[in-house]
Design a protein around this ligand. Structure first.
Ligand code: CP
Length: 306
């Protein structure tokens, strides 16, 4: 078992499957059983960047396991605002807790924290790079909703350039022998080419299109993403593409019966509210699965079995 969870690229397929199995065990266990697992343990949630789901689901997960939580939701309330370095912050907080969960806008900060600290470090999102805990809950959701991961046709829609959730998930899906990807993005937000050069030549098919309708018709999972204003160096470039794709309930009439619409959330305009009431909407159950998967992650990295 690795000390840290930093990138999907560090994991083998067996290790990924092990997180899924542990999450299923968490879901089967009663609340009474779970709350006895981590008494006296402390999780530090260090969020240098905004979050609703990741931070609160990690906190909920730790409380449901009988542990407690310290941390911060914004760096302004910490001594970082007085000039304290990232590594000094890590070395201080590691004396106060048993596991560190870190979100930061800088790519590679999770890896740096893991190198610096003797505690397990969980990357809760580092810039546009990786978001492995989101990927694990996405995989758990796909397996639960569609009964399998292998061989599915997955479409990614929106910001494929800066989206860490896409970057993490696409690697993981490749491990599961998902070979057929549809990529729907405006020209300026296409998936970086190196993702398409991975693996055995010819094994993976990437169909790039600007037409959402085509992806709706052919996919098993439509993974929508937000166009992330905060990642654009030039706000005028954001304005040009911000509403490129808006999924509506009417558009889903063309979808296969079993198709699922997933989204890491938050959404802005890319999924109309009328989609929420359709059978295709999987994004709120997906967010709920975050608490289950994050319980599994905390348990595994603290070496406690369930
Ligand atoms: N999916 C996700 O990372 O959401 P938050 O930014 O709200 O944590």
């Amino acid at each position: 078992m690795k000390k840290d969870l930093i990138s999907m690229e560090d994991l083998t397929l067996d290790e990924v499957k092990d997180y899924l199995v542990t999450a299923a065990r968490v879901e089967e266990a009663s609340l009474e059983e779970r709350v006895k697992l981590l008494p006296g343990r402390i999780m530090a949630a260090l969020f240098f960047e905004p979050s609703t789901r990741t931070r609160l689901s990690f906190e909920s997960a730790m409380h449901r396991l009988g542990g407690s939580v310290i941390g911060f939701a914004a760096k302004d309330a910490t001594s970082v605002s007085k000039g304290e370095s990232f590594t000094d912050t890590i070395h201080t907080v590691e004396s106060y807790s048993d596991i560190l969960v870190i979100r930061h806008p800088g790519e590679g900060t999770g890896r740096l924290a893991a190198k610096e600290s003797f505690l397990p470090v969980i990357n809760a999102g580092d810039g546009s790079n990786q978001h492995p805990t989101q990927t694990l809950l996405d995989l758990y959701t796909i397996q639960k909703d569609l009964g399998k991961i292998e061989g599915l046709k997955i479409a990614f829609v929106g910001d494929l350039k800066y989206s860490r959730t896409v970057h993490s998930l696409i690697r993981a899906l490749m491990m599961f022998n998902v070979t057929d990807f549809t990529l729907v993005a405006p020209e300026s937000l296409r998936l970086p080419a190196h993702f398409m050069r991975t693996g055995q030549p010819g094994k993976f098919t990437f169909h790039e299109t600007e037409h959402l309708e085509e992806a709706i018709r052919t996919s098993d999972v439509l993974y929508m993403t937000r166009i992330q204003r905060e990642r654009f160096p030039d706000i005028l470039e954001y304005e040009k593409v911000k509403d490129s794709y808006v999924l509506t309930a009417e558009m889903l009439e063309e979808a296969q019966e079993h198709m699922r619409v997933l989204h890491p959330l938050p959404r802005v305009n890319e999924i109309a509210y009328d989609v929420d009431k359709t059978k295709f909407a999987g994004y709120f159950p997906q967010a709920r699965n975050g608490v289950i998967m994050r319980q599994a992650i905390i348990l595994k990295h603290l070496g406690v079995s369930i």
